[in-house]
Design a protein. Structure first.
Length: 288
């Protein structure tokens, strides 16, 4: 069985491998930003559709209401390595807040900076990891505007831009962080950033979009923003977590337990195997 993540290539792959089962694998942006004609062709051409969250599957089905594709849709939640990730004690002099993601408007970075500027407590540090794309080293107008905001609001001693960081270097940043903020404006699938942070025992403040609520339970292992990217809410929940070390530890520990139990790479591999077997069995039955 072939897994395809680029829907525009599905037709070509089908022509090259006409006798192979072909499954689309969707993280979320493939659906959200895809032309409807391409999405429709993929829905018809593919033997199965695998999504990283229940929310992504629902979005796909709602986007194509005239097609009967429910029987072809499956969910395999993302997973993250767990071993040696959790570090209970963090004795940071300043509370370290982390943002990890692309520095583009829909990720809510400007909203996060606004919330940071409202904090009365100045013994915090915000570290922003990421660039305009997954590997970019350039500086866009949007990134320049973020840095200008930091400078003009007297935040230069609190906010630091680290740029793109390779995956293999990410654990050292997670191990040192106290809070992760994920304030996306638009829908998400099931962000690995959130799973990785939880695997390190970090409480998460995130927008309640896409599949994020499938891992974060509001008030338990993090906080969910009622309105995506809402500055007042981000500020409120940051204030709570910065002030209360015990709450950070409690939420972080519960997040670690949830991810270890339900979102490990082993769990993901097991789900993939079961789903693959179901797809093969269904397709064998339909061909007879």
């Amino acid at each position: 069985m072939i897994h395809a993540t680029n829907l525009e290539w599905c037709y070509v792959i089908r022509k090259l491998f006409p006798n192979q089962l072909l499954a689309g694998y969707y993280h979320n942006s493939e659906i959200q930003h895809c032309d409807k004609n391409i999405l429709t062709n993929a829905a018809l051409e593919l033997d199965a559709h695998i999504f990283v969250s229940n929310a992504s599957r629902e979005y796909f089905q709602v986007a194509l209401p005239d097609l009967d594709i429910t029987h072809k849709c499956y969910v395999v939640h993302n997973g993250t390595p767990i071993d040696d990730y959790y570090h209970k004690s963090k004795n940071n002099e300043k509370t370290k807040i982390l943002f990890v993601g692309r520095l583009i408007p829909r990720k809510g970075v400007y909203e996060l900076l606004n919330a940071i500027s409202l904090l009365n407590i100045k013994d915090v540090k915000l570290l922003i990891l990421g660039s305009d794309d997954f590997y970019g080293l350039g500086e866009t107008d949007y990134i320049k505007s973020l840095k200008d905001f930091v400078a003009s609001n007297g935040l230069s001693k609190l906010v630091f831009f680290a740029g793109y960081v390779p995956n293999q270097q990410m654990p050292k940043f997670y191990k040192d962080a106290d809070i992760l903020v994920f304030p996306s404006i638009e829908s998400e699938g099931l962000p690995l950033t959130i799973l990785e942070a939880q695997a390190h025992g970090i409480p998460v403040i995130a927008s309640n979009v896409g599949g994020i609520s499938e891992v974060i339970t509001h008030g338990k292992n993090g906080f969910l923003l009622t309105t995506p990217g809402n500055v007042s809410e981000i500020h409120h929940y940051l204030d709570l977590l910065v002030e209360d070390r015990g709450l950070r530890c409690k939420m972080g520990r519960l997040g670690y337990e949830i991810v270890s139990r339900e979102f490990s790479v082993e769990s993901m591999a097991s789900q993939f195997l079961k789903v693959s077997e179901r797809i093969i069995c269904r397709c064998d039955l339909s061909s007879n």
